[in-house]
Design a binder for this molecule. Structure first.
Ligand code: UD1
Ligand code: CA
Length: 476
């Protein structure tokens, strides 16, 4: 036996099968993203803090393959609900998997991305303390429209949950709503779930009918009222999606600032949940940090920069309006303003790239520089090398990609055209404007351009000729 067993035997079912008609989208609602993750990913993350993955079941339906592919890495199980016939029916679909699992069964909806593990723990503790058949989380909203209203008696027991559409005019005035987060005694849920009847208007089976069904069978249902309603937001429309995104971004920025990151105008910055940032790094306004991006200490990320799934090491600086994806910038290196690092760009320590420089699948060695108007693709560049303005590696012949190698301490003159595959050795000079099609041995100067010809007095002669032509045509 485990010396520290989990607090209680808790399983979790997450309902994620609905299309979400009110999103007006071709994509299933739970795949829409807020705060850098799909809605369902947020809910799974909260659930994983209270139950091991093999006790989490996700109900999928609309775009089931996509939803399952997204969540599979977390180790949860899936059941299909085909076609979706309401939240009660969605739970019914879990019967085969969960009916014989004793203990508590928590039911969550896949469209509540702000839900925290702490809230779920609180719910579980409340249910463990009570003898009710179930506990559900309620909150009070200024504008409760769209939510199920919770009718509570004078003892705090839930009498009924009435869906917005089914409310009598006076019930619409009720501002206590059902968050859609429940903790059931599993055995009682399975015993009575079959009693849910289809809603006379929509034909759907509502899980919320369980409140009345339990009461009818002599069991009580308790409400756990939570003041901070923002954490319970259920997303039905894109307006609510934007609000959830804002709240998640705000939460992430607060966390980072309290941990020692300076964020200027945090309301303009978007940082995904999976991003980490070291202390004393400064994030300027309008920055977007996405995916699994890691930024070290003492970095500066300039205004309007976009960094996706990249590593930026300590003391590096990213100038304004620089776009970086799947790349690595080592200690003290500087990129931007206006640089573009495409997948596979790797800047060595202390290297620099400047405005309108694009790197793709390219390593730029320690202390090397490429400051202006340059494309470096499929290139390996050594240390202490200078790449002049307007240099292009011609890595593509229309069919295949080829590699360029440039050694240490090379000096590539401005406007050089380097036709790959080619290797330029250490300590080389490339004359400005060269087209390099052959390898350059170490220590050599390479000139690959037409010879300049000066014709003394040419301009004066030309002017004289023009003058003569004009006067002869005037005399005709
Ligand atoms: C539901 C509740 C409502 C509550 C609100 C909180 C019901 C009947 N109503 O309403 O009382 O105030 O949530 O946000 O439960 N789903 C399935 N299969 C289905 C239908 C839905 O898996 O057949 C999933 C959806 O993908 C979604 C979740 O269940 O993640 C909730 O469904 P939704 O249609 O958004 O319910 P609401 O109308 O918001
Ligand atoms: Ca909803």
């Amino acid at each position: 036996m485990n010396a520290n067993p989990p607090v209680a035997n808790t399983s979790v079912a997450i309902l994620a099968a609905g299309l979400g008609t009110r999103m007006r989208s071709k994509r299933a609602k739970v795949l829409h993203r807020a705060g850098g993750l799909a809605l369902a990913e947020h809910v799974v993350a909260a659930a994983r803090a209270i139950a091991p993955p093999d006790r989490i079941v996700v109900v999928t339906g609309h775009q089931a393959e996509d939803v399952e592919a997204l969540l599979r890495p977390s180790g949860v199980s899936f059941v299909r609900q085909d076609p979706p016939k309401g939240t009660g029916h969605a739970v019914e679909c879990c019967r085969e998997l969960l009916e014989n699992v004793p203990g508590l069964l928590m039911i969550l909806y896949g469209d509540t991305p702000l839900l925290s593990a702490a809230t779920l723990q609180q719910l579980r503790e409340a249910q463990e303390r009570s003898d009710a058949a179930a506990t559900l989380i309620t909150t009070t909203l200024d504008d409760p429209s769209g939510y199920g209203r919770v009718i509570v008696d004078e003892h705090g027991n839930v009498e009924a949950i009435v869906e917005h559409k089914d409310c009598m005019p006076e019930q619409r005035e009720i501002r206590i709503i059902n968050s859609g987060i429940y903790c059931f005694k599993a055995e009682l849920l399975w015993r009575h779930l079959g009693d849910v009847q289809p809603n006379p208007i929509s034909g759907e089976f509502y899980l919320t009918d369980m409140a009345v069904i339990f009461r009818r069978n002599g069991h009580s249902v308790r409400a756990l009222h939570i003041e901070d309603s923002s954490a319970l937001l259920g997303i039905n429309t894109r307006v609510e999606l934007a609000e959830a995104d804002r709240l998640l971004r705000h939460r992430k920025a607060q966390e980072l600032m309290l941990a020692g990151v300076t964020i200027e105008h945090p309301e303009t910055v978007a940082i995904d949940a999976s991003v980490s940032i070291g202390t004393d790094t400064v994030i300027e306004p309008g920055v977007r940090l996405l995916g699994h991006t890691h930024i070290g200490e003492d970095c500066r990320i300039g205004a309007g920069a976009i960094v996706e799934s990249s590593v930026i090491e300590d003391g590096a600086a990213v100038g304004p309006y620089t776009v970086i994806s799947n790349s690595r910038i080592e200690k003290g290196a500087q990129a931007g303003p206006f640089s573009r690092l495409r997948p596979g760009a790797h800047m060595g320590p202390g290297s620099h790239v400047g405005n309108f420089v694009e790197l793709k699948n390219t390593y730029l060695g320690a202390g090397s520089k490429s400051q202006h108007l340059t494309y470096l693709g499929d290139a390996k560049i050594g240390a202490g090398t200078n790449i002049g303005a307007g240099t292009i590696t011609c890595n593509y012949d229309g069919e295949r990609k080829y590699e360029t190698k440039i050694g240490d301490r090379a000096f590539v003159g401005s406007h050089s055209t380097i036709v790959a595959p080619v290797e330029i050795g250490d300590d080389t000079y490339i004359g400005a404007g060269s087209v390099i099609t052959e390898g350059v041995p170490p220590g050599a100067l390479a000139l690959g351009r037409g010879q300049q010809v000066n014709k003394p007095g040419w301009v004066e002669k030309r002017r004289q000729k023009t003058k003569q032509k004009k006067s002869s045509s005037a005399n005709e």
